[in-house]
Design a protein. Sequence first.
Length: 206
Amino acid sequence: MIVASAAALLATSDPDKHSLYRFEMSSEGPRATLSASVPHAQYLVRVRVLALGPEQIDTSSSALATVHGAITSNASAASGGEFSDSASAGTNAGSAIDAALPTVRVSFGASAPTSDAVFAQTSFQLSRSLLFSGNCARPDQGAPCQAETELHFDLERPNALPDLGSVSIDWSIDFESRTFKPKLGGSDEKVAAPWIVEFIEIGAAP
């Protein structure tokens, strides 16, 4: 859901300091389904700036993308009870790994180190910065102002799933950037980011 663009006063700022514009938006990704035969799902995430913000502010500074989602599995029914149903196992992403449940590695890109990935069975959250390129000072002119990153879902131990077992991942990404207001004082404001987001499945049939 895109955050409403009406100015929301968050706090009173020191008159000698700059307050912030916080540009926010959210976008829901396509459901990913993993199985022993299809253990990976990969997406290109593309964010493009359409316009400047209030006071002709560049909205692409200090941008952050946070992906979060829920994992469910039909492995229990497919295996006749060998696996537990992850939907009934809780949704605490920080809980200990349960050997009876399928595990999904979530990362921003295939080359992401283990420290920049999460291993999840029921729910997950992962953040990374976004670097925009192009003509961000005048996004309606010249090279597009946009950022791209890859999002990967990889099933751990795919051969442990029964033949008809699968794991479904429902996910979305929250985007945020922050820019100082030109004038001193005032209050921070939340504003809908003037961006569009595309999710392109990598390796999908055209």
